[in-house]
Each structure stands twice: as C-alpha cells, then as structure tokens.
Design a binder for this molecule. Structure first.
Ligand code: EPZ
Length: 426
C-alpha cells in the first residue's frame, strides 16, 4: 500500500493549473457509448475513477485509447449492455451507464452499486425516473435489469435534486422521440458540462444549470472532440490548503463562479481572495477566524465534497464551528483520525461541533474515502512534525498525485510504499 508523508509547518506559495473535473468526465465518458462515431476528450486527467470508466467502455466493446492527457473512444463497435459487479463495486458512478446503454441498446443490466464510505447512496431516484420513461426494471440477484423497448419521452419530477439521477435521465432521453422534461433537476456545473458535450455531438438539451432541463430527442449523436471543465473540488481543496497552512497561491484554469460558496466562507474567515478570468489568487496568514455555521447543500450551496477539508480548517481556527452535513449519512469519518492529531470535535448524527485548538500534531492516519483523505493531507500541512496518511488509493480516485501538486506549492510531502517506509525511515 502507498502512503503520503507530510512534514507540517511550511507556508504555501506558487501557481498551479487546476486539472480536469472528475465529476464532469465520468458522465461524459458514460455518454460516449451513445455516440455513433468517435469521441476525443482533450486535456483529461487520468484519475483512477476515470480509468475505471474507460475500462467499463472497453468491456462494452468500445475501442479506447488513452494518451497522457487525451481519451479517445470509438463506440461504434460496442456490443455489450452488461456492467458487472467488478466495476460497480469500484466506482459508484458506473450507475451512470444505465441511461446511455438504454439509449444505445434499449436495454441495460448493471450490478447494484451499493453504498460506500460516505453513506448508503440509494439509486431509487434513478430508477423512478427511468420508470417514468416507461423503462421496465427488475432488480434480481444484485443486478438492475432494464428493458427499454417501449421507452417514451415524458415528464420526470425528481423528489430530490440528485446529480446522478439528473444525468442518468438526461442520457436515457437523448434519442427518444419528443420532449423529455426533468423538474427539480440538480444544478451542478458538471451537469451543464454534460449538456454542452451532448449538444456538441448533435444532441438537443437545454436548461442544465437550472432546475428544469429539456431534452428534445434526436436521431443520433455524431463524432465529437470535447474538453471538460476543470475540477471545482480540486480548486477548493487547494484554496483550503492555503487557508490552513498560510501563504499565497494562484490557481489558473479555474472557474471562480463554481467556487463562490467557498470563496465567501474563506473571506469571512479572514483570507484575501481575488479572481480575474480563470485565475483565483488566495492569501492567508493562518490562524483564521472560525466559521460559526457551515451547512452542505446542493449547488450553488456549500459543496459536500469540500466539507471534510473546511472542517480541517475549523480544527485550527479561533472559536467553535458547527458543521451540518445534509447530503450524506456518514461523511465525518475523518474526525476519528483528526482527533488522533489533537483536534477537538464532537459528532452528533449529521452535525460536527469543532472547537479550534492551538495546534495539531503529526500522527499515522488512515484514509477511508476520497475527500476525507484529502482533508487528512491538509491537516498534515499544518500539524507539528510528520503525518503519515495511509491508503492513498482513495485519494488517487479524484486527485492525480496530490503530492506533486502540493510540492509545486512548496509543501514538504512525499509518497512512499508502505513496506519501504519501515526500512528507509528508521
Ligand atoms: C455526485 O454523486 C458526485 N459524484 C459526488 O461526488 C457528490 O458528492 C454528489 O453528487 C453531491 O454533489 C459524481 O458526480 C461522480 P446525488 P451522486 O445523487 O450523484 C441521495 C466525490 O467526492 N440520493 O446528488 O451519487 C443520496 O443518498 C463524489 O467526487 C437518493 O436518495 O449524488 C445523497 O443523500 C462523492 N436516491 C443525495 O441524494 C438516489 O437515487 C445526493 O446524492 C440518488 C441520490
């Protein structure tokens, strides 16, 4: 297993380009199976989740080629509509294959994705939406078996503005004769990016970014070359790294409006932040004011994917902060590890009360999920001494070698293979 060793105490400075958005690339890759031709995605970042989605496409018969930063898919030879458990247990977003496979083959069989370390993550809204489009669905032996031979356009009302359900229903409707409307759709920027990809391939989707999305069915999607948006959660993670460690950094290729909720919070805490075009510049003297109340919400509210990282900032801020996680049931696992580092946190169901302490101390901490792992790395930046963050594979799902990015920003961090560490560092 690989670990990251972080030596705390350095302030950050430097400039970094923000990488491509994992949560934009995943539905776009899934949607490629609908394209009757070739898809070329430029300036991609090969997160392990993205590589897994490419494997799924290959398994469905698509031709796939990955270079350093480009992904090429030719789905014209796709001939399979089954996504087995070996994939759905690795990445939950494999559930996004239901919609595109129904559009392509009028049938789909996907193993149940099950929960993960941040919550049970049901898919009832996905299935309810597809049934509204007259998809016959059976759930048998851990598989979701969809028959779409009588699918038809319709009006879908989502009980909750689910990102994945919105994307799945969009992709299932692309080739249906007539107009499909999704009410109470999620408004995340990644959904707007999926719309832009679909329209660039000849689709007719409008309203993404608002809570009503309209899909006018077309005959087919044609070959397309596309570049996904950059990752707002990675941008937010590095802004919080600077807030926590102190210093001044500039992020380029960002989309500031995707981070307005975080920017507002960090200004309230005492950071200086300026934005110009694709640039975000942030400076912090460290030891910031605490944020008395933080509540995660669907976009454009404060993002749940930055909740663990801003919680780390509260552990070393002046005062007490109350953090409410409204989207996922168990997204406070990082707190057990932060307590080992000297943090003062009490949890009651979906609420964490964080009392700022003078300092954190380096420790051996274990990553249990993607964004919690990123939070532990941020804690290591400010802790006294060395912090070893274990099971880094969780972090690699959504950050492409986080240690390289942070080293560019002056952090003292290295990746070691667990067993080598025991010999080299005695
Ligand atoms: C997407 O997950 C993101 N993943 C998540 O990012 C992100 O945290 C989440 O949206 C919220 O913004 C990708 O885009 C690949 P949801 P998704 O459906 O689609 C409940 C990361 O770290 N729900 O909007 O699974 C669900 O339990 C990941 O990059 C149902 O009840 O999120 C949760 O409470 C983590 N029934 C809430 O909705 C359903 O059928 C939000 O889930 C679907 C969801």
């Amino acid at each position: 297993m690989e670990s990251l060793i972080v030596k705390g105490g350095r302030t950050l400075f430097g400039e970094l380009d923000v990488a491509a958005s994992k949560n934009a690339l995943l539905p776009i890759l899934a949607c490629s199976v609908v394209v009757d031709g070739e898809v070329t995605l430029k300036h991609c970042t090969m997160y392990s989740d993205v590589m897994c989605m490419v494997e799924i496409l290959g398994d469905l018969g698509c031709k796939t080629i990955c270079t350093d930063d480009e992904i090429y898919i030719d789905a014209s030879c796709a001939d399979e509509f089954l996504v087995p458990e070996e994939y759905t247990k690795r990445i939950r977003s494999s559930i996004f294959m239901l919609g595109p496979l129904l559009s392509r083959f009028k049938k789909a069989t996907v193993a149940y994705p099950g929960g993960c370390n941040i919550g049970n993550r049901p898919i009832d809204l996905h299935l309810k939406g597809l049934r509204t489009l007259n998809v016959k669905i059976e759930e048998k032996h851990g598989y979701i078996i969809c028959d779409g031979k009588n699918m038809k356009a319709g009006e879908v009302h989502l009980d909750f503005a689910s990102v994945g359900a919105t994307e799945n229903i969009m992709m299932a409707s692309l080739l249906l004769k007539g107009i499909t409307t999704i009410y109470n759709a999620a408004r995340e920027p990644e959904i707007e990016d999926l719309q832009n990809f679909i329209n660039a391939a000849g689709g007719k989707v409008s309203g993404a970014g608002t809570s009503t999305i309209i899909i006018e069915g077309v005959k087919c999607l044609h070959s397309v070359t596309y570049e996904a948006i950059r990752d707002r959660i990675i941008a937010g993670t590095y802004m919080l790294a600077c807030a926590i460690a102190g210093g001044e950094i500039t992020l380029d290729k960002s989309i500031p409006e995707h981070n307005f909720a975080l920017i507002s919070k960090l200004k309230q805490a005492g950071c200086k932040i300026s934005t110009k075009g694709r640039l975000i510049k942030i400076s912090s003297k460290g030891k910031l004011k605490c944020l008395p109340r933080i509540e995660t919400q669907p976009f454009p509210g404060f993002p749940t994917d930055l909740q663990n990282q801003i919680l780390v900032l509260q552990t070393v801020s002046k005062g007490t902060s109350v953090i409410n996680e409204t989207l996922f049931e168990t997204r406070f696992k990082i707190c057990t590890e932060l307590t080992k580092m000297g943090a003062d946190i009490s949890i009651n169901n979906q609420t964490a009360v964080v009392k700022g302490v003078n300092k954190l101390y380096g420790a051996n901490v274990i990553t249990t999920d993607l964004r919690g792992g990123a939070g532990l790395v941020l804690a290591g930046l400010v802790a006294e001494g060395h912090t070893t963050v274990e099971d880094v594979y969780h972090i690699d799902r959504g950050y492409n070698h986080i240690e390289n990015d942070l080293r560019i920003l002056n952090a003292d961090i290295e990746r070691v293979i667990q067993e080598d560490y025991s010999t080299e560092h005695i």
